[in-house]
Design a binder for this molecule. Structure first.
Ligand SMILES: CC(C)(COP(=O)(O)OP(=O)(O)OC[C@H]1O[C@@H](n2cnc3c(N)ncnc32)[C@H](O)[C@@H]1OP(=O)(O)O)[C@@H](O)C(=O)NCCC(=O)NCCS
Length: 165
């Protein structure tokens, strides 16, 4: 195996679905993301949502969804063209190897390439979720200062990241 596996992201199609449904996070992390089966079906059903796969050497290791109606992220509006990112996770077997950071970079690059009119990405992250906070800060996300109280596991930071022009 190469030292640096190929990390890509792509919209989910039927060929990826069954492998994606095998993915899971650690039990305690379900405070922060829903089960893939729920997130995937919900993203497929919601207008303005796009379910995305994170692939390692072509095989799914993670998931996230893009929200083209960013108000759904934290009940707030944005002056600039903004896309929401939610339900981002790396399968428990693949965490802690730097793949989350690479996947997030790939997700931002994909957005900049496919949606050059988008200026910012917004997400919420639970105050207790130190791993995700470190990941997002390192990728360039910054807290807006506001807290979102709409989640089921306690207050969340609202974070924004500018996409490369
Ligand atoms: C958050 C998550 C995506 C990180 O994925 P990952 O592949 O393990 O992350 P990486 O190995 O690329 O590490 C990214 C950063 O997180 C930090 N990190 C990873 N696991 C950590 C842990 N258990 N505790 C503290 N920090 C941790 C790393 O140190 C790194 O920070 P650094 O670059 O400042 O050193 C993963 O833990 C996950 O899927 N968690 C469950 C779902 C979730 O919480 N999603 C976020 C919803 S907002």
């Amino acid at each position: 195996m190469p030292d640096h596996p190929d990390i890509r992201v792509q919209p989910i199609d039927a060929s990826l679905r069954s492998a994606l449904l095998e993915l899971a996070v650690h039990e305690a992390q379900y405070d922060f993301v829903g089960p893939i089966a729920v997130s995937l079906v919900d993203a497929e059903a919601c207008e303005g949502s796009e379910p995305m796969a994170i692939l390692r050497d072509g095989a799914p290791i993670g998931f996230y969804r893009l929200e083209y109606r960013p108000r759904s992220i934290a009940d707030m509006d944005f002056e600039r063209a903004t896309v929401g990112l939610r339900s981002f996770f790396i399968d428990a077997r693949w965490q802690g190897q730097g793949l989350g950071a690479r996947a997030l970079a790939a997700a931002l690059a994909d957005l900049a390439q496919r949606h050059p009119q988008m200026r910012d990405v917004v997400l919420t992250v639970n105050l207790r979720n130190t791993a995700a906070l470190a990941l997002y800060r390192r990728a360039g996300f910054r807290e807006t200062g506001g807290l979102y109280h709409g989640g089921r596991s306690g207050p969340q930071h609202v974070m924004l990241c500018a996409l490369p022009l």
